[in-house]
Write a protein that binds this ligand. Structure first.
Ligand SMILES: Cc1ncc(COP(=O)(O)O)c(C=O)c1O
Length: 393
């Protein structure tokens, strides 16, 4: 029809939402019923982790029949989250806790609080690919700063200091997905110095903080330590292996006046959405306590698979299992005799093993494979053997 206009779609969305070649092959093999071993599985509810059968009874508490909206969440739930930090010897005031439906939502609220469209957030590379979407959905640009490996992954502060004028916040993930590296106390001091010099806020994603593997000097609970405006993010998703319950949180830290201003802003944002369901807030204290058993089982699983991976790695001299300080994933450096893409497709089609290529996480060069440490060990051990054999060939 002449003069007819197409409805507009935002430039915040990527130009194409087509699944990439790798995802298309995985989907096609699944459709054909191929017996895939998924070494990218990061969903603990699909990894044969035992969950207490009566875990969800607390969600049926009849107090949840009452709707008592509160932007930051019900006081008892915030107090339960604050108290749970004592496990890591962090003293947190319930007034500094803001409940969210997930860590991803926490990011979006913090970006609304701190940034205008076109502003910049400094983000580690390699890291979690969702940051590209989380930032562009808020109309933000990213300044990638490098993590470099030298026996352990550490922050390349020169690349962070090169962040542009419009930078508003620096994001750290500790331990990081997928490098498994914690921010150390020494890095924390340098981060705080840079943030205070440049007027940046510090956002610390600490969703994996409860899964240390090999680090003696981790700076966990960043918001409690920093003397700059800072936010620590956590949630039931990782800390209790319960992503489906949709309860995350932000802990606000820093100088009192900045904290007060941040609280005011977040109150408005949270009040606009009121996204956390009442039953999960009423149940928060009991879920956090019951979560200890699940966390323990996941931790044991991750430790076990890492031991298996390291032992297998020693038998394939061409591959190197990089140091993992914490979290649920591990990185294998493999010979760069062919592109990562070709290797992962080969592993998929010939061995029916799913692993992620390093380029999904923006490694600066090839060739790396990223594996989850969550899968059932009966599948993990033989599949890792096949991955290392094919990668070494
Ligand atoms: C580093 C990191 N942050 C946040 C999340 C998302 O957590 P949530 O389920 O609370 O949104 C993930 C999920 O894998 C993650 O790896």
């Amino acid at each position: 029809m002449p003069g007819r206009l197409e409805p507009p779609f935002s430039r915040r969305l990527p130009a194409s939402v087509e699944p990439n070649a790798f995802s298309q092959v995985v989907a096609a093999l699944k459709d054909q019923g191929a017996p895939l071993v998924d070494l990218t599985e990061s969903n603990p509810t699909r990894a044969e982790i035992p969950y207490p059968a009566d875990l969800l009874t607390s969600l049926a508490d009849s107090r949840a029949l009452q709707y008592d909206p509160n932007p930051f969440g019900l006081h008892d739930a915030r107090a339960a989250v604050a108290a749970d930090h004592a496990r890591r010897k962090a003293l947190v005031n319930p007034d500094d806790v803001v409940l969210t439906a997930s860590t991803s939502e926490a990011y979006s609220w913090l970006f609304k609080l701190l940034c205008d469209p076109g502003d910049v957030v400094a983000v580690p590379r390699p890291s979690y690919p969702l940051f590209d979407h989380l930032t562009s959905l808020e109309g933000l640009d990213v300044h990638p700063y490098a993590l470099t490996y030298d026996g352990r992954w550490s922050i390349d502060f020169d690349t962070l200091a090169a962040a542009p004028e419009r930078t508003r916040a620096v994001l750290v993930v500790s331990p990081n997905n997928p490098t498994g590296s914690y921010v150390t106390m020494a890095e924390m001091r340098e981060l705080a110095r840079l943030c205070s010099q440049r007027g940046w806020a510090l956002i610390a994603d600490e969703v994996f903080a409860d899964y240390p593997l090999d680090q003696t000097d981790p700076a966990t609970d960043v918001a409690r330590r920093a003397d700059v405006l800072s936010f620590s993010l956590g949630g039931l998703s990782k800390t209790a292996g319960l992503p489906q319950l949709k309860l995350g949180w932000i802990v606000i830290g820093g100088p009192a006046s900045q904290k007060a201003r941040a609280r005011e802003g977040l109150e408005l944002i949270a009040d606009t959405f009121l996204s956390v369901a009442t039953p999960v807030q009423i149940a928060a204290s009991r879920l956090l306590s019951a979560g200890a058993t699940i966390r323990g089982a996941i931790h044991q699983r991750v430790r076990h698979n890492l031991t298996v991976l390291r032992a297998a790695g020693r038998r394939f001299a061409a591959c190197e299992v990089l140091k993992v300080e914490g979290g649920w994933s591990a990185i294998i450096r493999v010979p760069s005799t062919r592109p990562e893409e070709e290797l992962v497709l080969d592993l998929l089609e010939r061995e029916h093993v799913v692993v992620h290529p390093g380029y999904f996480f923006d490694f600066p060069r090839e060739a790396y494979l990223v594996v989850s440490l969550l899968p059932d060990p009966r599948q993990f051990a033989p599949a890792i053997e096949r991955v290392l054999r094919v990668a070494s060939a």
